[in-house]
Ligand binder design. Structure first.
Ligand SMILES: Cc1ncc(COP(=O)(O)O)c(C=O)c1O
Length: 414
């Protein structure tokens, strides 16, 4: 398929034009940004919102009675409402965290320490990011619980028979990525949830690589906990989201303690505020959270279905074109089971060298273990190179990647 043959009604040029950074040149070359899986670039609307929050509306939230403080609070709580709606949740169940890592830690500490005990099992998958492994390791070590991992199929999907075998052991929790940040695998969350619930296990979903790339409805998925991170969804750094079922949050003790999350404080003991503030100790990153609301509005304005369709076309095109490069191994499943990223390795060249040489042409891809060292071990590789896509990615940028990979082969005389 050639670039012009890709059917799309999505005006990708108009989308890309909204990102000031994509107009930058380094060493006289335009940036080809294929690393949105690591962090998304920010559209003008989000930059403006962050600037306005600090420049025009800055006052600490939930405290002042003056108009400026009320304005800041309304902007912050308005963002929460829109973000909650965007993922199908209620504002009271939508907690601002620092990032998805903190969202998962919140659950591991607050829910985990109350509900997981000696001999209990937590089910994980080998494709988890470290942030959905290490908090469970700490919990398991502390309380004497066990971790068990679902098997992968040859093409990098979850083996649901192996999940069933683990569920038969009666685990307390299944913690799973919605979309793998390495294999790109889109996991069948509804199916995992229905099997897990039937076995009495709760399900936590790491949605870091899903929310930026298509519609997510936490209620339709049936998840108990769903986390995502602001900076990958076109928002600022320093803000993430944990959505969880209300009755779970009600029963959980606070994670962090301090200002803003309290009802009454006495010398010996305290009471907590109602949800969601019980879990938001200290001054939340309110300017960033407000701008995350704008990022969600911006993404919603493009149409999340349209974004998903566009990125599916780009990913299918990338898979097709990468297959033309001799000696290239692609990890992960076929296009229909994938999110918007592709990890690969070029025979005889270290993934870091691939990224380094591409980087000289300002083609920005990620190389390394992608914070998924157990998965690297399972794949039998030290690292992979990863190209990841966004609403602004064009087929011409995929073509630049392919030309760049041919260039890498030339450098290494392959
Ligand atoms: C699937 C997945 N989970 C978790 C994370 C961690 O995100 P953060 O560092 O923003 O907490 C990432 C980031 O790469 C990711 O891709």
């Amino acid at each position: 398929m050639t670039a012009s043959a890709v059917p799309s009604t999505f005006d990708v040029a108009a989308v890309a034009a909204q990102f000031p950074i994509l107009k930058r040149e380094i060493d006289g070359k335009r940036i080809v940004y294929l690393d949105s899986g690591a962090t998304a670039q920010k559209p003008e609307a989000v930059l403006d919102a962050l600037d306005a929050s600090l420049r025009l509306h800055n006052a600490n939230i939930h405290r002042g009675v003056y108009a400026l403080a009320q304005e800041a609070t309304e902007r912050f709580e308005g963002a929460r409402e829109r973000i909650a709606r965007f993922v199908g949740g209620r504002p009271s169940e939508t907690i601002f965290t620092k990032n998805v890592t903190e969202a998962i830690n919140l659950v591991a500490y607050s829910w985990g320490r109350r509900n997981v005990g000696a001999g209990d099992t937590i089910v994980l998958t080998p494709m988890e990011h470290h942030s959905n492994i290490v908090p469970w390791q700490l919990l398991a070590q502390e309380v004497g619980a066990k971790l068990a991992y679902v098997d992968l199929t040859e093409d990098g999907r979850l083996d649901l028979d192996s999940l069933d075998a683990l569920l038969a052991q009666g685990p307390k929790l299944v913690a799973v990525a919605h979309i793998s940040n390495v294999l790109g695998t889109r996991n069948p969350i509804e199916e995992i949830v229905s099997r897990s619930h039937a076995a009495g296990a709760l399900v936590l979903v790491d949605g870091a690589q899903a929310v930026p790339h298509g519609p997510v409805d936490v209620k339709a998925l049936g998840a108990d906990f769903y986390g995502f991170t602001g900076h990958k969804v076109y928002g600022p750094t320093g803000v993430g989201v944990l959505w969880a079922r209300r009755e779970l949050l009600e029963a959980m003790p606070p994670f962090l303690a301090g200002g803003d999350m309290i009802g009454q404080v006495d010398f010996e003991s305290s009471t907590w505020r109602e949800l969601p503030w019980k879990f938001e100790a200290g001054t939340t990153a309110y300017a960033e959270a407000t701008a995350l609301g704008t990022a969600i509005d911006w993404l919603g304005g493009l149409g999340v279905e349209a974004v998903r369709t566009h990125e599916a076309e780009i990913t299918a095109y990338a898979l097709e074109r990468l297959a033309e490069v001799p000696g290239l191994t692609i990890y992960g499943p076929a296009a229909e089971h994938r999110g918007a990223l592709v990890s690969f390795a070029l025979d005889g060249v270290h993934p870091h060298d691939v990224a380094d040489i591409l980087g000289r042409s300002q083609i920005c891809v990620r190389a390394g273990h992608h914070c998924a060292q157990p998965l690297m071990r399972r794949l039998g590789v030290p690292a992979t190179t990863r190209a990841s896509f966004a609403a602004h990615t064009t087929t011409a940028e995929v073509d630049a990647l392919i030309d760049g990979l041919h260039g890498v082969r030339k450098v290494f005389q392959l």
